[in-house]
Design a protein around this ligand. Sequence first.
Ligand SMILES: Nc1ncnc2c1ncn2[C@@H]1O[C@H](COP(=O)(O)OP(=O)(O)O)[C@@H](O)[C@H]1O
Ligand SMILES: [Mg+2]
Length: 245
Amino acid sequence: MTENQVPLLELRGINTHYGAVHILKDVDLAIFAGELVCLLGGNASGKSTTLKTLLGMVTPTTGDVVLDGAIVTHQSTSYRVERGVTMVPENRRLFKRLSVKENLELGAYLRTDRDGIANDLERVFEMFPRVKERLNQKSGTLSGGEQQMVAVGRALMSDPRVLLMDEPSMGLAPALVQTNFELIQQIHEEGVAIFMVEQNANMALSIADRGWVLQTGKVVLDDTAEALLSNPDLRASYLGESGNA
Ligand SMILES: Nc1ncnc2c1ncn2[C@@H]1O[C@H](COP(=O)(O)OP(=O)(O)O)[C@@H](O)[C@H]1O
Ligand SMILES: [Mg+2]
């Protein structure tokens, strides 16, 4: 469907090391504008490292990160954020002593378009009325579900074209996991591409277009979500015990 389009964000032949330890091994992947894709894999398979490599928090040893067709491997994280790449980190990483409002404002810190910022703040309030009610509350005192809303809201304040999400359902009460996936779909429907890392394979694949499976730093499956969902080997062979229902 997207053969002749330039991907929004790409990894080409990526090898990433932590010291002498080889983590990502020849990873290739491409995310196109407006897609919803997921990266699955068991514990310690390199999922977070993949996200950090995309965002420039980790520099690969070889290979390239490509944004809109241009190599950005050695560009800073802020360079990439300014061009529309944003992450909702693992465990949300809110500034707990700062208010909700301050956390949201930090999401827009690289922007200078005041009107755009004000519009996006309104957009976040529409999406999460609860966040608006708690603007002056310290973020650390919010419930897990509310913290997730603020973390997603903060990411949206950078006006992203692609949102990288590291295990967005982790640590949420079971009742909130479904709500959270609905929220991800809603953001996607507004035109933002989503690259989601998940251990919850069924949930992730049920909303994604395509997915990759990472096993000890190598991409072992790369297919449509439909094909991955019906792959009998997915859980047993590739996700280990953590590939839960
Ligand atoms: N900063 C780091 N320094 C050294 N090793 C790390 C660092 N971050 C992650 N690792 C190791 O790299 C491997 C992959 O980690 P990670 O990408 O976080 O996996 P996942 O997100 O799939 O659980 C793990 O073995 C982890 O212990
Ligand atoms: Mg991780």
